[in-house]
Unconditional design. Structure first.
Length: 236
């Protein structure tokens, strides 16, 4: 559904038009229902996180954020992606999104069965420090926001009761103890949130992780995260 919204995006589109394109896919393939109303943020609206006034038209240079999931056989999904309205990330968007994606994947790819969330985050923070030092920022404002972002995770990694995200099941925000070691049967999301307050920049992705006896499956891997794949999908 989100993939259809990505393909349907063009300058001037309104958020509710993208919601309609996504909702059509759910209905076409007999999805039971929406798990929650679509959260579609155009440009600076994303900074408000769950802002959902869907009448703004997308301008060239805006980023779009879509957070949307469905109910299938009474189970929920919860996913989010971001993409540029005009089909191309501009230099600042490329700079900040690339940094964010590297930080995001430092968490995502360190999730292992048997580890506690705190252990995952400690491993991730070690990688984040390397990413931070290897990234050149075009503005000191962005660098400070990036350091604050990583420092926030550093503080979290010192808390044995931390969690990586919320559970997903028959409810979008499902019950369960997600501070304990990761084990088969767990389904949860990660959704790191990066902000540059002075410019009302907000970046967030969200993926569902399913833990099985064989290992960890990223349920939403079919949706592109990297810039090249997103731009290619927008041309389809």
């Amino acid at each position: 559904a989100i993939a259809e919204a990505i393909r349907s995006t063009e300058v001037g589109v309104k958020a509710y038009e993208l919601e309609a394109a996504a909702k059509y896919i759910y209905q076409k393939y007999n999805m039971q229902d929406e798990a929650y109303y679509a959260l579609i943020h155009v440009g600076p609206d994303a900074y408000m996180n769950h802002y959902h006034n869907s009448i703004r038209s997308a301008k060239s240079g805006d980023m779009l954020l879509m957070d949307y999931g469905g109910h299938y056989h009474y189970y929920s999904s919860d996913l989010a992606r971001m993409w540029p309205t005009n089909g191309k990330f501009n230099p600042v968007q490329t700079e900040l999104y690339t940094f964010y994606l590297h930080i995001y994947e430092a968490i995502l790819y360190n999730i292992e069965s048997g580890l506690t969330p705190q252990q995952v985050m400690r491993k991730a923070v070690q990688e984040m420090d390397v990413i931070l030092e290897e990234t050149t920022f075009s503005d000191s404002l962005y660098e400070q926001a990036a350091r604050d972002f990583v420092d926030g995770y550093r503080r979290q990694s010192e808390n044995p009761e931390m969690r990586l995200g919320h559970g997903v099941g028959m409810s979008v925000h499902d019950v369960g103890d997600y501070t304990k070691p990761i084990e088969a049967g767990m389904v949860f999301v990660i959704e790191p949130q990066f902000r540059v307050p002075e410019e009302r920049i907000y970046i967030r992705l969200e993926d569902m992780i399913i833990v099985t006896e064989e290992g960890v499956e990223i349920y939403s891997d079919y949706l592109p995260r990297d810039i090249e794949s997103i731009e290619n999908m927008m041309q389809e």
